[in-house]
Ligand binder design. Structure first.
Ligand code: BTN
Length: 243
C-alpha cells in the first residue's frame, strides 16, 4: 500500500482528497506528525501537535452505495476500541456515533468525508485522530475537562508508528470481515463497546428534550432509542446528556 508521511500539513484530510483525485487507490494512507489546521466534526478544529498523537487519513474506495457509508465510520470506531483494548487493560467505549472515550473522556475522534455519485461511493476519506502522549497540560484548556490521552490513562508513553501499524492491521481485518459477512459483526462489536447502552439518558434536538433509553445502532448508522412508554425511535443527529 501507499503510505505518505509528512512532518507538517494543514490537514491530512485535504491531502487524501487530493490523492484520491490523482487516482491513488483504496488503502492509501496519509500520516502527519503535526497538523496546523486539523479538522474535527461539525467544522470544529482538532488539535494535532507534533508527535503527541496519531493523525492520519485513510483513502477508501468501497464498492458500496452511499447509504452504507455510515457503516464504515462505525466500523472505524470499533477498530479503535479493539486496538486500544488489545494493547492495554483500559476499557474504551464508543459514544454514538463515533467518539472513543476512556473513563468518560474523549481520546479519539473520526471524521468521514465522502464523494459519491448517485448510487455509488467514489471514495471516502476516513480521518482518525488519537490523543496519545499528551499530558494534561498540553491539551487545550477549553477541552481539558472532557479530553484525555493514552498516556494519561495508561501512565506510559507510546510509540506512535507502532500504534499506527497496529491500527492499520486491525482495520484491514475488520474491513475484510465487513466485506465478507456484512454489517452484523460490526454492529455486535459496536454495541459491546457502546457508551451508556441500556441506560436512560436525556436526548435533545433543537426543538425539544426528552428521556429515553439507548438501545443500539441500526444498519443505516442511526441510534435506536426507546422511551418509557416503549416507543422506539431512530435518531440521526441529536445531543445526548446524562446526569
Ligand atoms: C472529531 O471527533 O471531531 C473528529 C476528529 C478527526 C481528526 C482527524 S486527525 C487526522 C484527520 N485530519 C484531520 O484534519 N482530521 C482528522
Amino acid at each position: 500500500r501507499d503510505i505518505f508521511h509528512y512532518e507538517q500539513v494543514s490537514s491530512t484530510q485535504d491531502i487524501a482528497h487530493q490523492l484520491a483525485k490523482e487516482g491513488y487507490g483504496h488503502g492509501t494512507v496519509v500520516v502527519a506528525d503535526e497538523q496546523v489546521k486539523g479538522k474535527g466534526r461539525m467544522s470544529r478544529a482538532w488539535h494535532s501537535k507534533r508527535n503527541e498523537g496519531i493523525w492520519f487519513s485513510l483513502l477508501l474506495k468501497p464498492e458500496l452505495p452511499p447509504v452504507q457509508a455510515p457503516q464504515i465510520t462505525l466500523l472505524a470506531a470499533v477498530v479503535l476500541a479493539e486496538a486500544i483494548s488489545s494493547i492495554s487493560d483500559l476499557s474504551p467505549q464508543i459514544k454514538w456515533p463515533n467518539d472513543i472515550l476512556i473513563n468518560h473522556k474523549k481520546i479519539a475522534g473520526i471524521l468521514t468525508e465522502m464523494q459519491a455519485e448517485q448510487d455509488q461511493i467514489q471514495y471516502i476519506v476516513l480521518g482518525i485522530g488519537i490523543n496519545v502522549n499528551q499530558d494534561q497540560s498540553s491539551l487545550p484548556e477549553d477541552i481539558r475537562h472532557k479530553a484525555t490521552s493514552l498516556r494519561q490513562e495508561s501512565g506510559k508513553t507510546w510509540e506512535i508508528n507502532w500504534l499506527i501499524q497496529l491500527i492499520l492491521e486491525t482495520f484491514e481485518n475488520t474491513y475484510e470481515q465487513f466485506i465478507q459477512e456484512g454489517f452484523l459483526p460490526v454492529k455486535n462489536k459496536w454495541e459491546k463497546y457502546g457508551y451508556r447502552l441500556g441506560q436512560e439518558v436525556t436526548i435533545s434536538t433543537m426543538r425539544k428534550a426528552w428521556q429515553a433509553t439507548l438501545v443500539g445502532i441500526e444498519a443505516d448508522g442511526a441510534l435506536l432509542t426507546r422511551t418509557e412508554e416503549g416507543i422506539q425511535e431512530k435518531l440521526y443527529s441529536a445531543e445526548i446528556h446524562w446526569g
